[in-house]
Write a protein that binds this ligand. Structure first.
Ligand code: SAM
Length: 272
């Protein structure tokens, strides 16, 4: 990246602008993404192009979504502007399902050093678009990555872990030191790969499954220290919990993702 850009652009805090600056990390990320020329790439928040331009070295086209008009102007002036389909928008307001439906049969590859203030909400927003997604590579602050990857019994294990691991196979690609960003954030980050599961539910049921698992985990983890059977007493009988091999003395944090997925399945049967 052109170093002078750092001095010309004043990072905007409300847009979570912590730009990647370590070339070694950038190269590692690009290499691990295993890109090919004809991939349909979508980048969330290209910023000053730390990932965008090396991606443009490999692929024919990339669609980038950016909220900051100054950055849009910078991208439009860049030599790679013909490769970039640049969309000025707030990704939290954007209708991705409509966008994805415009090209039938295409599976998109998403990438983003996500702005920390919207990262989890954006991640949730993408779940119902899984039908159109081949994989996603996102940077999360380490504490969020720990929650995404946590196993039962761990204090980080919660609603986010269950939802993420229900819908995706998740693999950490690399940790990224806070000093690899400009300006330097308070904590380190982790770059993760998400591959949507396609065989866990009927693909047309994804919205219903998301609704069910979100509701169940939100209710289950609302009072972590209480017994699960009490937290979920309005939804499931003790008989059903036992049938699903969920011990009546279990707390939300001791129940596996598989068991939550059985709860979701039963919830959808019970409340058709
Ligand atoms: N990809 C660049 C990098 O790695 O250096 C920039 C990453 S920076 C953490 C996040 C980027 O997302 C910024 O360019 C920011 O302006 C953009 N952004 C923040 N909120 C956004 C939103 N709601 N919609 C679209 N882009 C957003």
């Amino acid at each position: 990246m052109n170093r002078s850009m750092y001095t010309k652009h004043i990072p905007v805090k409300r847009f979570g602008q912590n730009f990647l600056k370590n070339k070694i990390i950038i190269n590692k990320i690009i290499q691990k993404m295993n890109l090919s020329k004809f991939d349909y790439i979508i980048e969330i928040g290209p910023g000053l192009g730390a990932l965008t331009f090396p991606i443009c070295d490999i692929v024919d086209k990339i669609t980038v979504f950016e909220i900051d008009e100054n950055i849009i102007f910078f991208l439009l002036c860049h030599q790679y502007n013909e490769k970039m389909n640049i969309i000025l928008t707030d990704v939290m307001q954007f209708d991705f399902r409509y966008f994805f439906s415009l090209k039938r049969g295409v599976l998109y590859r998403l990438v983003g050093n996500l702005p920390y203030n919207i990262s989890v909400c954006f991640f949730f927003k993408m779940i119902i678009c899984n039908l159109h997604i081949h994989d996603m590579h996102f940077m999360f602050q380490k504490e969020v990555a720990d929650r995404l990857l946590a196993n039962p019994g761990n204090k980080e294990y919660g609603k986010l872990s269950v939802i993420a691991q229900f819908f995706y196979k998740i693999k950490p690609i690399t940790t990224v030191d806070k000093f690899d960003f400009f300006p330097t954030p308070k904590i380190d980050s982790v770059f993760l790969r998400f591959i949507p599961y396609t065989n866990k539910y009927n693909k047309y049921d994804i919205e219903r499954y998301f609704f069910a698992i979100e509701l169940i985990t939100r209710t289950a983890f609302q009072h972590r220290r209480k017994l699960l059977k009490n937290n979920l007493s309005k939804m499931f009988s003790e008989t059903l919990l036992l049938k699903l091999d969920i011990h009546l003395f279990s707390r939300a944090e001791n129940v596996s993702v598989h068991q939550y997925s059985l709860l979701a399945k039963n919830f959808l049967k019970l409340y058709k």
